[in-house]
Design a protein around this ligand. Sequence first.
Ligand SMILES: NC(=O)c1ccc[n+]([C@@H]2O[C@H](COP(=O)([O-])OP(=O)(O)OC[C@H]3O[C@@H](n4cnc5c(N)ncnc54)[C@H](O)[C@@H]3O)[C@@H](O)[C@H]2O)c1
Length: 244
Amino acid sequence: MSTRVAVVTGGGSGIGRATCARLAADGFALAVLDLDGDAAATAAGPQGLARAVDVADAAAVDAAFAAVTGRFGRVDVLVNNAGISGSPEATTCHETPVAEWDRVHAVNVRGPFLCARAALPTMLAQGSGHVITVASVAGQVAFPGRCAYTASKGAALMLARSIAADYAAAGIRSNAVCPGFVRTPMTQWRLDVPALRERVEAAIPTGRVAEPDDIADAIAVLASGRMGYMTGAALVVDGGWTVL
Ligand SMILES: NC(=O)c1ccc[n+]([C@@H]2O[C@H](COP(=O)([O-])OP(=O)(O)OC[C@H]3O[C@@H](n4cnc5c(N)ncnc54)[C@H](O)[C@@H]3O)[C@@H](O)[C@H]2O)c1
């Protein structure tokens, strides 16, 4: 069997970085697309392909996927992980600057759309593939004061479900992973404030926030193909946060 190929967006940091390490250990060849080309190169390793790409840029995404298929000839797994939470100005609906709404949706919704759109023709030709979209529990329950992020993750989850419905018969799977609170550069500032950290941890039944590896584990299980009957699902990995 030929080496399986995984494309990871936002692989330069946090959850994406941990996912690259886990998928490489599982034998995947890696292509890493990230705004930060140096971080992408480190995550991809010497055998991998790295591109400095804004996932919201259609031409850049198409060129990156052309490079991936040119190098590896296939795409078995796409991990739509690149995402942003928006600036501190992106709060409640009436206080969110329009430009913040647009940028959050460009990265968190248009990005996964463009990347899936670029990967699916290759997956269709193979008769197999898995689109794994890193959404959030914020796609299922509202995060107070984070209107743009919450709406974008709901849309990302439904994009994953739309792809699941449209491509299941072609052998392609599409699932979302919905992390709760994960210790990454996106969230570290909150954990650095003792009062905020205590409040976050007190709300999580397991008593701790997730590490990036906790989410990479879930992504790796999906990428393995062992859960092949599951498609269109939201795999919640939140330490029980949203069961309360
Ligand atoms: N950290 C959490 O608590 C948490 C919880 C739920 C969901 N998530 C989601 O997980 C994903 C990864 O988050 P993280 O916490 O690891 O964040 P992070 O900030 O540590 O890493 C994000 C990576 O994406 C890259 N990136 C950002 N915008 C990009 C763009 N336009 N094009 C290409 N690359 C881009 C960044 O350069 C960075 O390497 C995001 O989609 C985020 O919404 C995170």
